[in-house]
Design a protein around this ligand. Structure first.
Ligand code: XUL
Length: 510
């Protein structure tokens, strides 16, 4: 019986799942939380503190420590690691790791007696990694806009975007030219961790590679002209684009009971992996993922870009393309509103919604505690169209949740109209949020049993690379576990609120 391991390296944690596709079961799971398990890396929410609120970096050694700890924990569950026939995975998108000339030898020579972090610490050409939450590259984006104009979006699927890897590399090469010179290889979080598993440079997949402003989605190759303008000598520093099995597992990982040489499938981004894990990789079903970031995504029937320039096109790991709209102020913002309201999760998820009417008498609040991605807003601060501070906890909570769901609807219009939305991520367990989502979109909201859809997607992609059809696994692993129907009587309420939300996005002062 063959098992498959999927690993999801997300913003605040690393999770792993082992699946048995023949039996249709999840046989083991493990998780490492960065704030509690690896607090000495000082990245409590997955981010290092920085004086500039637009700069968001993480310590890449923490991801290595997490990989060691996750595999040890997985082995400790008692699962037979030797039965794992292939490994897949995914990483938070856009984040980048900068490696020097020692990387290749250090990877190949990994010794089971040491840890990954210890053995690879001297291979970093840049000690920290910018991640998707970073908004500090506006100047670089304007430079790319001025040079490429509409071609950037038409060919790479997105206009120049602050958190995307190309603008981040451009900033690094300009502000730290010495360190850039020392950089031999630039990896995404996904391809970095995949490289560590196979003990050599892994390629980048088109799902994650599309989030860089460097990959030409019409040819599926690096865009030489954009690369050349982004930073000097960038082409030599990039891995290849690849798919399927990209190498065999390094002997280092035998200490966790894994077989050396086990095929490793190319890693993708967390959202593309989630598209697979939620069973939405075929056309017709949209996904709302409510995690550190809130995202709306769906498989695309054809290559199509967002006329407003906020959304993106990524590669769909099952073939073709996917669309995505991303909001930075997701679960951390919800948690902050909850704490400031002095409420527990029971109150946030249920009571607040029973105490207030749908539509909240027109009161809306956008919790932009961090610079927002959609729409692009660089000056953080909550925007409300009423006196937020003095309002009761239940009114504040509904105002924030309704504004978040309306923003999702408003900025996903370019993707299409969907009768069914599949919801995933931690906050998808909240009944109040699920009902609001259904009412705001006038759509049936389905939950699937596995909340870690990205790790599941990674495991499914590993099995797929080993010849197991995705469709069989979707039936087994992504069945609908709960449904929330929209309440037709509130359709008008939210149709009327949509222009108010747009107005608030445009005008509300800080
Ligand atoms: C997507 C995005 C985030 C990260 C972290 O474009 O920036 O969703 O992938 O989850």
């Amino acid at each position: 019986m063959a098992y498959y391991l999927g690993i999801d390296s997300s913003t605040q944690s690393m999770k792993g799942l082992v699946i048995d596709p023949a039996a249709g079961t999840i046989v083991a799971s493990a998780v490492v939380h960065f704030n509690t398990d690896l607090s000495h890396y000082n990245c409590p929410d997955g981010v290092l503190a920085h004086a500039d609120p637009l700069v968001k970096h993480a310590d890449p050694l923490m991801w290595l420590a997490a990989l060691d700890l996750l595999l040890a924990r997985m082995q400790a569950t008692g699962v037979d690691m030797g039965q794992i026939a292939a490994i897949g995975g995914d990483g938070q998108q856009h984040g980048s790791v900068y490696l020097n000339s020692r990387f290749t030898d250090a990877l190949a020579g990994l010794k089971a007696s040491g840890s990954l972090a210890e053995q690879l610490k001297d291979t970093l050409a840049r000690p920290t990694s910018p991640i998707w939450m970073d908004s500090s590259t506006s100047e670089e984006c304007r430079g790319l806009d001025a040079r490429f104009g509409a071609r950037m979006q038409a060919d790479t699927g997105s206009p120049a975007i602050e958190r995307f890897t190309g603008p981040q590399i451009r900033k690094f090469s300009k502000t730290e030219p010495e360190r850039y010179k020392q950089t031999n290889r630039i990896h995404l979080v996904s391809s970095f961790l995949c490289s560590v598993l196979i003990g050599k440079d892994a390629p980048i997949d088109s799902g994650d590679g599309a989030g860089m402003n460097l990959l030409n989605l019409r040819t599926m190759t690096w865009d030489a002209e954009i690369m050349g303008f982004t930073a000097p000598g960038l082409a030599q520093r990039m891995p290849e684009i690849g798919k399927g099995v990209v190498g065999g597992l390094h002997t280092y990982f035998a200490k966790y009971g894994l077989k050396s040489g086990t095929p490793v499938a190319v890693w993708t981004g967390d959202n593309p992996a989630s598209l697979v894990g939620t069973g939405a990789w075929g056309a017709g079903v949209a996904v709302v993922s409510l995690g550190t970031s809130d995202t709306f995504f769906a498989a695309l029937d054809a290559f199509r870009t967002d006329p407003e320039g906020c959304g993106h096109v990524f590669g769909n790991p099952a073939g073709g393309f996917m669309s995505l709209t991303c909001f930075k102020n997701g679960s951390l913002a919800r948690d902050r509103v909850r704490q400031e309201a002095g409420a527990n999760w029971e109150f946030f998820d249920k009571t607040a919604f029973r105490m207030t009417p749908a539509g909240n008498a027109g009161r809306l609040a956008l919790p932009w505690f961090e610079a927002e991605i959609t729409p692009p807003v660089l000056k953080p601060g909550l925007r409300a169209n009423f006196d937020f501070k003095d309002a009761s906890p239940e009114i504040r909570i509904r105002a924030v949740v309704e504004a978040q769901m309306l923003a999702l609807r408003s900025h996903a219009l370019w993707i299409g109209k969907f009768d069914t939305i599949r919801v995933t991520g931690g906050a998808s367990r909240s009944p109040g949020i699920r009902q609001t989502l259904a009412d705001v979109f006038h759509a049936r909201v389905e939950s699937i049993a596995v909340a870690d859809s990205a790790a599941l997607g990674g495991a499914m992609l590993a099995a797929h690379a080993d010849g197991v059809p995705l469709a069989n696994m979707t039936e087994a692993f992504s069945p609908v576990s709960a449904v929330c129907e929209p309440r037709t009587e509130y359709a008008d309420v939210y149709d009327r609120l949509l222009p108010l939300l747009r107005e608030l996005e445009r005008t509300a002062p800080l």
